[in-house]
Design a protein around this ligand. Structure first.
Ligand code: SF4
Length: 612
């Protein structure tokens, strides 16, 4: 059941208080991402500086956190993004969400800025702000350990930033529970801007279940299916198995998206990783799948490097850099995690810098004597280190690829592979047209999680080679389901486990919270949450011109295989898909939200901000 309590902390004033929030007010947004975005919307002044004290940082567990529901331990972190200036939302998993709920809160809302580097301690009703000057510069793992050590209890769950968050790197992340991360949109920089190094939470309350007798068989059945064929990929090689699949499909981003297949793919594949480097497999709390493959380098110059490897960071430091060696890749992913930066954005920024160097737009002198060419892992790592230290060219790259390109000039913005300022993920849009649409219209930028169009492409629900209006409806369906999973706090990797997702999720929700939520009500929650994010962006100045792709995706064709025309996303094709998407959302031709749509979703209070 919900606690119906939101913890607010004003760091400038050093004050905390609890505001009641009725379960019926929470229910339309479910929890997690949905609830956090609503709280952000309600508390953030429009036009706020993302790195100023007025930005609001919200943490919200899903309603299943701390229950038996398999993988239900995700929590959302949300703020105005310093990378995009629009909605910044990210998810992490494991114990932190359970612990915040056991402390008795459905969400935590942070405002203001502490006067010196500090960390927060939340223990049931007690909130303390402790000085953290002695923790300055510590990496994410060392910070977690130091805070727990100082508090004298392993029962504290700790979220922390690394040195990159302290230095306000615009794609800095927030880590928790020794390796889980709220990775995208730069929320670690927001925590850093608030002078907070960490948030430690311990709780002793009981998370009450409305219908334990009803919940038990549902969760047992779900857990059993989580260990079945639908999650075999994750339990086997994990997401690194995507390397060879995407290489085969011709959609593996290679050398900053100059190519879409990589001759070194075998060497950096999930298969190669598993054969030579995976030491063990671990799981988030309450997860029967266990997809996290921990890899270790045992010899050579990177001996001792150890990191959890997923597909996204892996492609971003291998094929994207033209690097076919897993040893420096494991070190780069380790470095990103410890310093606390999103490896997708950081890897893309490095790849963009490599291309600038190869084209002569940036020179040796710009890199303090380095010559970062594609294929040079050591140089890539050195540039990555400069980013996390904001040293030399790293200071510019730490602002994100879009701002770096705007400053460097020439034609470098054409191959800055980002949308709205956030860097693309590991799915080349030219051979995945629903993914191309998802990148273009995604509220948090070029995102594969909130707008996971690739699955419609790969499953053949629409043509992946030729985009049109039907791709809009396909993407809406995927976005809405993703919004529900992210708000219920359930891991996306079990999405295929559900038969009738809406019916099953409704039953689970009712058993946990005691609140009636029909499948029809749930089906409205997805569009409600997606529309709320869009309204947030409109309030921050979004226009239809923001829904676009970088020129490389539109004009640089890549081979599509035998008997096929080379692929790109034609401008007319993109516009047809966007028109189909706006129509499927019930929006106007220029992407605005009509008042009737806001009313239908119970969001009529937003009309004053959206001009509807
Ligand atoms: S499937 Fe993987 S990411 Fe998802 S909850 Fe389980 S261990 Fe965590």
């Amino acid at each position: 059941m919900y606690f119906e309590r939101i913890l607010h902390i004003d760091l400038t004033q050093g004050k905390s208080w609890v505001e009641p929030m009725d379960a019926r007010q929470i229910q339309p947004y479910l929890g997690g991402i949905g609830l956090a975005v609503r709280l952000l919307y309600d508390h953030l002044p429009a036009g706020a500086d993302p790195l100023g004290p007025e930005n609001v940082l919200v943490f919200a567990p899903g309603p299943f956190a701390g229950t038996l529901v398999a993988t239900g331990g995700k929590h959302a972190v949300v703020a105005k993004s310093p990378l995009t200036g629009m909605i910044g939302d990210s998810l992490s998993g494991s114990f932190w969400s359970h612990t915040l709920r056991r402390a008795g809160y459905d969400a935590l809302v942070l405002t203001g800025r502490a006067d010196a580097l500090s960390y927060l301690v939340i223990q049931d009703d007690q909130v303390r702000i402790r000085k953290a000057g002695h923790l300055a510069g510590l990496d994410t793992l060392a910070t977690e350990d130091a805070v727990r050590g100082e508090l004298g209890s392993e029962e504290f769950s700790v979220s922390a930033i690394g040195p990159a968050g302290e230095r306000l790197v615009c794609f800095a992340l927030i880590a928790n529970d020794r390796g889980r991360m709220a990775g995208r949109t730069g929320l670690g920089a927001v925590l850093g801007s608030k002078n907070l190094k960490a948030i430690a939470v311990r709780g002793s309350r009981t998370i009450r279940i409305a219908d334990m007798v009803g919940l038990e068989p549902l969760t047992m059945d779900l857990a059993r299916r989580c260990q079945g064929p639908m999650t075999e990929k994750y339990r086997g090689l994990g997401t690194p198995s995507n390397v060879l699949v995407f290489d085969y499909l011709g959609t593996l981003p290679t050398r900053n998206y100059r190519q879409t297949t990589f001759e070194g793919a075998e060497k950096v594949s999930g298969e190669a990783l598993s054969r030579r480097y995976v030491e063990r497999v671990v799981a988030c709390s309450g997860c029967p799948v266990a997809c996290e493959h921990v890899a270790v380098v045992r010899d050579g110059p990177y001996a001792g490097a150890r990191a959890r490897i997923d597909y996204e960071p892996l492609y971003a430091v291998t094929s994207l850099w033209g690097v076919d060696d897993l040893r420096p890749a494991i070190r780069a992913i380790e470095l990103a995690g410890l310093a606390g930066v999103d490896a997708i954005s950081a890897g893309t920024a490095v790849a963009w810098a490599m291309e600038c160097f190869e084209r002569g737009i940036l020179k040796r002198g710009d890199f303090d004597g380095l010559e970062p060419r594609f294929g040079d892992a050591e140089a890539g790592l050195a540039v990555l280190e400069k980013i996390v230290r904001r040293e030399g060219i790293g200071d510019l790259l730490a602002e994100g690829t879009r701002r770096a390109a705007e400053q460097v000039g020439g034609d470098s913005l054409d191959f800055a592979m980002q949308v709205k300022g956030m860097e693309m993920a590991g799915y080349d849009p030219r051979g995945l047209k629903t993914m191309a649409l998802g990148y273009a219209v995604g509220t948090r930028g070029a995102c594969h999680n909130r707008a996971p169009g690739y699955s419609a492409d790969i499953q053949g629900r629409v043509s992946r080679f030729a985009g049109g209006p039907d791709h809009g409806a396909a993407l809406v369906d995927l976005e809405d389901k993703a919004a529900l999973l992210d708000s219920l706090g359930i891991c996306k990797f079990i999405r295929a486990v559900f038969g009738d997702f809406y019916a099953e999720a409704s039953r689970l929700y009712r058993a946990v919270t005691g609140l009636e939520l029909t499948p029809e009500m749930l089906a409205l929650a997805g569009p409600r949450i997606c529309t709320l994010k869009k309204a947030f962006n409109i309030r921050e100045g979004w226009t239809a011109a923001d829904d676009r792709l970088p020129r490389r995706a539109l004009e640089d064709a890549v081979p599509a295989g035998p008997n096929r025309e080379p692929l790109m996303v034609k401008e007319t094709e993109l516009q047809a898909m966007i028109a189909g998407y706006y129509a499927a959302r019930g929006w106007t031709a220029d992407g605005q939200i009509p008042k009737s749509q806001l009313i239908a979703l119970g969001l009529e209070d937003l009309a004053k901000d959206t001009g509807a």
